[in-house]
Design a protein around this ligand. Structure first.
Ligand SMILES: NC(=O)c1ccc[n+]([C@@H]2O[C@H](COP(=O)([O-])OP(=O)(O)OC[C@H]3O[C@@H](n4cnc5c(N)ncnc54)[C@H](O)[C@@H]3O)[C@@H](O)[C@H]2O)c1
Length: 252
């Protein structure tokens, strides 16, 4: 797919890796819309990309809430004339173990954190993909869905909810790629290793440093490297139903 002129919706595009996608696609001539729920991230990104702000390319919505997901997709459809690419990137991290013992105290994984993680990381992508694909089918137009997974999809101690949601992104990528190929819609995933963003700032520095040292390339990924990856995934029409692991060779 040629990127220039394409309508691309990036969820969670007001921070970190999503913002790297937005910058790269904007540079390549795509028409990019950002859907994010964080007012401060949105304000900072509007300021950083004033030409997109001038065209109302920033929408505040929680993709995990059905009404907000539908309204966001409808608004971008109306403004763009039809979404070509959806990047399901928005996600949260609520790290904790299933249960742990500290002295005499037992701490259990909170159900609220479990539910909130799955709502943003799994229900959100499901709702956004469902709404975008419905409109692609109505227009009899092909397209592309890119799901952002994680190296944690392989399982990672302290990340029950996050790892489960990211493994599910891979399962959905395979499932949807097989369901939707006959309509000319490709579905693929990118699984990042570690990149310094607002999300990784929640991880204890000592743990992050251990990860860096365990990475064969001895460093984190850069936003530019993720911009390059999204370009490959969009442009290469034979890349389908698969995950691009971008992790410096790290193994969990
Ligand atoms: N940073 C890493 O090292 C890393 C590693 C593996 C995978 N990932 C994945 O990459 C993606 C981007 O991560 P990041 O590090 O850039 O995170 P980030 O926290 O910097 O940005 C995520 C953005 O998503 C938004 N968001 C979260 N939940 C939302 C919701 N329900 N509705 C709308 N917006 C919502 C947040 O407001 C935020 O602006 C995520 O899917 C994450 O799981 C990141």
């Amino acid at each position: 797919m040629n990127i220039s002129g394409r309508a691309v919706l990036v969820t969670g595009g007001a921070s970190g890796i999503g913002l790297a996608f937005v910058r790269q696609l904007d540079r390549l001539g795509a028409r990019v819309w950002v859907v994010d729920r964080h007012p401060e991230h949105l304000a900072a990104t509007r300021e950083a990309l004033p030409h997109l702000a001038a065209e109302n390319r920033f929408l505040q919505a929680d993709v995990g809430l059905e009404a907000e997901a539908i309204a966001a997709v409808e608004a971008v459809e109306a403004a763009s004339g039809g979404i070509d690419v959806l990047i399901n990137n928005a996600a949260v991290l609520r790290d904790q173990t299933l249960a742990s013992r500290l002295g005499k105290k037992i701490r259990k994984h909170s159900l609220q954190d479990w539910n909130e993680t799955l709502q943003s990381n799994l229900t959100g992508p499901f709702l956004m993909a469902r709404e975008v694909v419905e409109r692609m089918l109505t227009r009899k137009q092909g397209g592309l869905i890119v799901n952002i997974s994680s190296i944690s999809a392989n399982g990672n101690p302290g990340q029950s909810a996050y790892a489960a949601s990211k493994a599910a992104m891979i399962a959905l990528t395979v499932t949807w790629s097989q369901e939707l190929a006959l309509y000319g819609i490709r579905v693929c995933a990118i699984a990042p290793g570690f990149v310094e963003t607002a999300m990784t700032r929640q991880i204890p520095p000592l743990f992050l440093e251990t990860i860096r040292r365990r990475t064969p390339l001895q460093r984190y990924g850069t936003p530019e490297e993720f911009g390059h990856a999204i370009q490959f995934v969009i442009e290469n029409d034979y890349f389908n139903g698969k995950v691009l692991d971008l992790d410096g060779g790290l193994r969990f």
